[in-house]
Ligand binder design. Sequence first.
Ligand SMILES: Cc1ncc(COP(=O)(O)O)c(C=O)c1O
Length: 293
Amino acid sequence: MSSSAPFDQREGEIWYNNQWINWPDAKVHILNHGLHYASSVFEGMRAYNGKIFKLTEHNERFKRSAEILGFEIPYSVQELDDASNAMIERLGITDGYIRPVAWRGSERMKIYAPGITVHTAIAAWEWPAYFSEDLYKTGINMCWAKWKRPAPDTAPTASKAAGLYMICTSSKQQAEADGYHDAMMKDYRGYLAEATGANVFLVIDGELHTPIPDCFLNGITRQTVIRIARDLGLEVHERHIMPEELANADEVFITGTAAEITPVGSIGEYRFTPAQVTHKLRTAYVDLVNGKS
Ligand SMILES: Cc1ncc(COP(=O)(O)O)c(C=O)c1O
């Protein structure tokens, strides 16, 4: 079966409630709480050269995301790490993507679901770079999303909860329909927030500026890039950023496990040219994830 086959029809195995299941058999019933009420959290990790980058940090966040939604993933971080490693080994994946997911099951179809079983699965597949190499030179073109990142007292914004992706999916879908690669989201206050699946950095006068993640994910890649930048002697400012400040940015890039470090060529009316700082950070990031630094 080719890797372009639908995701429910591929070959291989999926780790499902601590068992290895034949890939197409890893199913849920249509009546499950996760599907109806969004009691579902997930992770996205990448393997480079057969090693999962920041594996433990991702599984810690996975557990925390569920706790924020009020349920517990019934495996320790160590067990999830072991299962993730076993997953890529069994499938022979060297450069790929690993997707853990956990959700409330089917015992009750009510909003209030005490004692409901939590299910956990991990799937993995070979996955090349998110955007094409050409786009790394020119940068991606982004429009403004019509949806805003909600306030932390409106939604559980620190959780990588499936429900929070509803506005990301519709923003990205609209962006692609309008001929853009992605959409940039503002937050509930009107500050610059993040892309639909990645954090954002601006380069202004050779220094980095990135929004404070107080109503969206503090990405593991974001934290890694901040550390790399400081090690390289770059100033990094975490602060609230008004969208108009994009006019002062020479370079802009987005960061995420999937996006890695992807240069941005435009956001709405603002134009940028991917240059030295983005390339330097990208080189350092690629070296780090491949264990070369
Ligand atoms: C909405 C959103 N923001 C930010 C990120 C970046 O997070 P990370 O770097 O941990 O992958 C992601 C990717 O998972 C995301 O989906």
